[in-house]
Design a protein around this ligand. Structure first.
Ligand code: GLA
Length: 746
């Protein structure tokens, strides 16, 4: 791991395969030089920094007509001094000016990585990362900005954040404070983003960059299913396995902006940070503001490699070590099983059946608290519903524990129903603008989590129930987006701090719960996969991928999600057929084989299965258990995409390349189809392999180059279902070791 600082004031940050270079330019500001495949460390790179004076562009050094900011690549750009692109930050002064300009002051190299206070953040020990902090100043207005770059050598990831301090004697107002800026010298890229909606989260979208601004963002105080903060810029020829791609993500769960501006010289400026719309933050003398972290990553070996680097990075440096790399329990969830219709008897019967099937965790979803028989009431009252559970929820928990299952509950901590004791006691705790009726969403209001007393109350209620039930798992839901932004406790000139303060309140509740109950596994959820982001992943290692459990639609959702997030974060449940979301009928096999490629769970009435389905489900659970580590933590490869074809395929390979499972899904049946060959990925060229159900022995290079012809009809051992549409195959590959041959693995 290297950070080289040359005499010519070039900073060269190197990871395993990438170089990131910037420098102090003649007028003192910080200019970007290069980001991409690793290049040698040199004192300077004049061939990369050639800028030729152009007509009609202002210059900020009156003695140097060539000092034209609009021609420069910057590390952290200012507003109003000749660079007309959108800036990384902006401040307004008491005298009304919004102009500032930063120059390099000094830098520091620190081992490891500091945790951010009150925000989710990546972590590393001193051997695994190094942090370069650059101090920039605007001496004329007393603004000090620290840019932080943490280099994670082994994962090819750089994590960035920005820290502002007001060292003047007057108030400064931050109007924009991005976490990351990257100016790339060209714009021959495709912009890939993962946009969608409720029930169709994170679909793959690709558009070529064009002149001007293009972006994804959110103003919903949530990362949102509409536009996920993970984006990529890829060369036109980049595929899953070849070509250059840059990835960006934001470790934050609120309003975000990922923007690319292509300027008149073809430069692409990427900005990632808190959405500046309706954001400002007042810095009184001595005050500071810390942005959330953002990351960038580069792969010259295509999209699969990028996703694998990121998955590895999250497991090593973002997800709590208590859960990262640990096998996650298989659960049964009551929602699509019985919805609000739950009772002591039903839950006990569900638990008994789950136990017999090999399921490990029982989760009571919505409906266990207050008087929650429908979605009109009780949010905010986190005490058990005695009509459904006369002996209490602790009684159920102790029963579930006594038969050897873990126990989990659903909460929606940020919300309040008008029909609730909490609302009756504290009507002014909901978010609303004075004298204006706030919008409703799913019949509910949102609590003002920027207020400490609100977070305190919800914490105490949750703490009580967690303690009474010895809870193992919490599903933290969030089922409406936030409108009517206003907090009764913020002064007028701080109202634009509300959106960020709200998310800080959410993080604060997570911090307190995790601190008090470190062994609880959190699963985040927001009407399905509506808050699927790295801020959440820091607290909740897994997330409900979508309310859409139709396996055909899940192919797109899971495929799209896999670009930016690992399988260990995605939960996938086998639900009923016909699907509750689409009405489509699919076989149990198909549903199982899609859910295996995630953290497996069940969300159907397992107490009413016929004996064939019961047996199949039980065998399926055994099968998943024997490959669970592979499914949750194996190296994931996308083979065939649901976004452009009828056949979809993906594969997981164990880190030591001794095991692999490939799934192939045919959506619609085809008459007289073109024969298909399966080309494997990620195996060891020199190892011998056996495919379950076939007698032949193959070498890795054979399987990865020639592959195998796939039969058109089912064959023994392939776990294939032969209905007209929706066929799926699961192909299990294992290293073959001839009997008698003793190796280290035996
Ligand atoms: C949301 C979640 C579902 C379920 C319901 C309960 O829609 O996404 O999984 O928990 O709320 O109301």
């Amino acid at each position: 791991m290297r950070v080289a600082v040359s005499d010519s004031q070039y900073f060269h940050l190197q990871t395993m395969t990438t170089s990131y270079i910037f420098r102090v330019i003649e007028n003192g500001s910080l200019g970007h030089v290069y980001y991409g495949k690793k290049i040698p460390i040199k004192d300077k790179y004049p061939h990369l920094t050639l800028v030729e004076e152009r007509g009609f562009e202002p210059y900020n050094d009156v003695n140097n007509t060539a000092s034209q900011p609009s021609l420069m690549l910057y590390e952290y750009s200012s507003y109003g001094r000749g660079d007309f692109r959108h800036p990384a930050y902006q401040v307004s002064l008491e005298n009304g000016s919004r102009i500032s300009e930063l120059v390099y002051d000094s830098h520091q190299l620190l081992p490891g990585k500091k945790k951010l206070d009150g925000l989710p953040s990546t972590f590393a020990n001193d051997e695994d990362a190094i942090t370069l902090v650059i101090k920039l100043i605007d001496p004329l207005i007393g603004l000090v900005v620290h840019l932080s770059y943490t280099i994670f050598e082994n994962q090819d990831v750089i994590v960035r954040s920005t820290h502002f301090t007001n060292e003047s004697s007057k108030d400064l107002k931050l109007l924009r404070a991005m976490s990351l800026q990257l100016d790339l010298p060209n714009s021959e890229y495709d912009f890939i983003h993962f946009s969608g909606a409720w029930l169709r989260e994170r679909y793959w979208n690709k558009t070529p960059l064009r002149s001007g601004i293009q972006s994804v963002d959110s103003l919903r105080i949530s990362s949102s299913p509409q536009q996920n903060p993970f984006i990529m810029l890829a060369n036109k020829e980049t595929t899953e396995d070849y070509g250059k791609v840059y990835g960006f993500n934001f470790i934050y769960s609120g309003n975000h902006l990922e923007q690319i501006e292509v300027d008149h010289f073809g430069v692409s400026r990427i900005l990632v940070g808190i959405n500046p719309l309706d954001f400002s933050w007042t810095l009184s003398p001595g005050d500071s503001f810390q942005t959330p972290e953002a990351l960038h990553c580069f792969s010259s070996e295509g999209f699969n490699k990028m996703s694998q680097l990121l998955a590895n990075f999250y497991h090593e440096h973002l997800v709590s070590p208590i859960f990262s790399k640990k096998e996650r329990p298989i659960l049964i969830n009551s929602w699509e099983t019985t919805y609000f219709d739950i009772s002591t008897t039903k839950i006990k019967t569900l638990a008994d059946t789950a136990k017999d099937l090999g399921i490990e965790l029982l989760v009571i979803d919505d409906g266990w608290y207050g008087h929650r028989d429908n979605d009109h009431t009780s949010l905010g009252d986190w005490t058990e519903d005695k009509t459904k559970f006369p002996e209490g929820i602790a009684h159920i928990a102790s029963y579930v524990h006594s038969i050897g299952l873990k126990f989990g509950l659903w909460f929606e901590p940020e919300m309040v129903s008008q029909e609730s004791d909490l609302y009756r006691s504290y009507p002014d705790w909901r978010i609303e603008v004075p004298n204006r009726q706030p919008c409703l969403g799913r019949q509910q209001f949102v609590l003002d989590f920027s207020r400490k007393e609100v977070v305190d109350n919800i914490f105490s209620q949750m703490e009580k129930i967690i303690t009474e039930t010895k809870l193992d798992y919490i599903k933290w839901d969030m089922n409406r987006h936030i409108t009517d932004l206003y907090s009764l406790t913020l002064s007028n000139n701080k109202q634009q701090e509300f959106a960020h303060r709200y998310i800080l309140g959410v993080y604060n509740l997570y911090e307190r719960l995790i601190h008090a109950f470190p062994s609880i596994l959190f699963e985040s959820c927001a009407s399905g996969g509506g808050r699927f982001d790295l801020g959440m992943m820091y607290y909740a290692p897994q997330a409900w991928t979508s309310d859409n459990t139709d396996p055909i639609e899940r192919l797109k959702i899971q495929y799209g999600t896999s670009y930016g997030y690992p399988l260990s974060m995605m939960t996938g449940h086998v639900s009923a057929s016909p699907s509750h979301q689409t009405g489509r009928k699919t076989s149990l096999t198909f549903r199982e084989q899609v859910s295996y490629f995630s953290v497996l769970g069940y969300e159907l009435d397992i107490t009413r299965l016929d004996s064939t389905a019961y047996r199949q489900l039980k065998e399926g659970i055994d099968f998943y258990k024997s490959y669970r580590n592979l499914f949750q933590y194996g190296t994931f490869y996308r083979l065939l995409s649901p976004f452009n074809q009828n056949v979809v395929s993906w594969q997981v390979v164990s880190p030591d390349k001794t095991k692999s499972v490939v799934a192939r899904y045919q959506i619609l049946s085809e008459a007289n189809p073109i024969p298909a060959t399966l080309i494997f990925k990620g195996l060891d060229n020199n190892k011998s392999y056996k495919i379950e159900g076939l007698d032949e022995i193959f070498t890795g290079d054979e399987l990865m180059n020639a592959g195998i012809c796939l039969p058109l009809s089912p064959k023994a051992g392939e776990r294939v279902i032969n209905v007209s549409d929706f066929k799926s195959w699961l192909i299990v590959v294992k290293e073959y070791q001839p009997v008698g041959l003793v190796t280290k693995n035996c």
